[in-house]
Design a protein around this ligand. Structure first.
Ligand code: ZN
Length: 301
């Protein structure tokens, strides 16, 4: 099934549901960054969550930035996702691989670390972005971000994110977010019913692997609760907004002497965008121009 995001409501708007399939874009991230199995799962889960978080924003151009900084060997995870369905992201140590856990699962919690922080920034495109931080719960990402939604955004939520990778690459990835609005939260019977349904689900990727579509998953969970599936099927994709000029500009962080050296020793430079691993080449001429700009700045500054 192609990558897509679908929204739904139930209980007269008291329940909001959104689900996303991210199989192809997670595979693209895996190839771009040469991710290990466990890194694919960690980044893939966070990218699916980013798209789900961004999907509830209203203003066009809104974006969500999720950074998970744990104590584990993977280092940090950074994801940037937009209401427009674009997402990009990277991990600090994409090569880190761990042995599976005792029950045969990828040890995402071990790779991310059980201690650390989740930072979420919501940017609507003007004014100060809304940012918030919570501590990690398990490093498994789904739990950590559910905890974030409950404590920081005060919305009781169920978040499931998953990535399944075999020797051919990513074969299923995506997520499901169900949020209970205040008016439905008072209806204890409804909340209990929803909780018991959710507890029977064995994971999002196993539903996809069983051939379930997003509408079928919604129907199974919320079919008898006044389910309304919104007609828009939104396409989602891996996309990075980097450009040659922007990455070249980042070379200004180097000292004049360092840039001199790049010109003399290497007759140019290579700069890699950390979000998408695209390599940009700066020619000798471009570096010389950059150098004169730096010198001009130094004189006027
Ligand atoms: Zn990029």
């Amino acid at each position: 099934m192609t990558d897509q995001l679908i929204r739904a409501t139930a209980a007269d708007g008291g329940i909001r549901a959104v689900s996303v399939i991210t199989t192809s874009l997670t595979e693209e991230a895996r190839q771009r960054h040469n991710l290990s199995y466990v890194a694919t799962a960690a980044l893939g889960r966070t990218m699916a969550a980013g798209l789900l978080f961004a999907s509830s924003m209203k203003r066009p151009g809104s974006r969500v930035n999720i950074r998970i900084q744990g104590s584990g060997p993977l280092g940090g995870i950074t994801v940037d996702a937009g209401l427009d369905g674009t997402v990009r992201g990277y991990v600090t140590h994409p090569e880190v691989e761990l042995l599976p856990t005792a029950d045969g699962k990828l040890d995402v919690g071990g790779a991310v670390g059980h201690e650390g922080y989740v930072y979420v920034i919501r940017d609507v495109g003007f004014g100060y972005p809304y940012s918030s931080t919570v501590e990690l719960v398990s490093g498994e990402i789904g739990d950590d971000l559910t905890h974030y939604l409950a404590t920081s955004e005060q919305t009781p939520s169920a978040l499931m994110v998953g990535v399944f990778t075999d020797s051919q690459g990513v074969s299923a990835a995506g997520g499901l977010l169900i949020q209970i609005m205040p008016k439905a939260a008072r209806d204890e019977t409804l909340v209990e019913l929803l909780e018991s349904r959710l507890s029977t689900l064995t994971g999002f990727t196993s539903l996809l692997q069983a051939g379930k579509t997003i509408p079928a998953i919604f129907d199974e969970l919320l079919g008898d609760m006044g389910l309304v599936i919104l007609p828009e099927v939104q396409m989602v994709r891996f996309h990075c907004s980097c450009t040659h000029d922007r990455v070249l500009n980042a070379l200004k962080l180097f000292s004049e002497a360092e840039i001199q050296e790049m010109i003399q020793d290497d007759q140019g430079a290579e700069a890699t965008c950390e979000f998408c691993s695209t390599v940009y080449h700066a020619s000798e001429g471009e570096l010389t121009e950059l150098l004169s700009e730096l010198q001009k700045d130094a004189v006027s500054g």
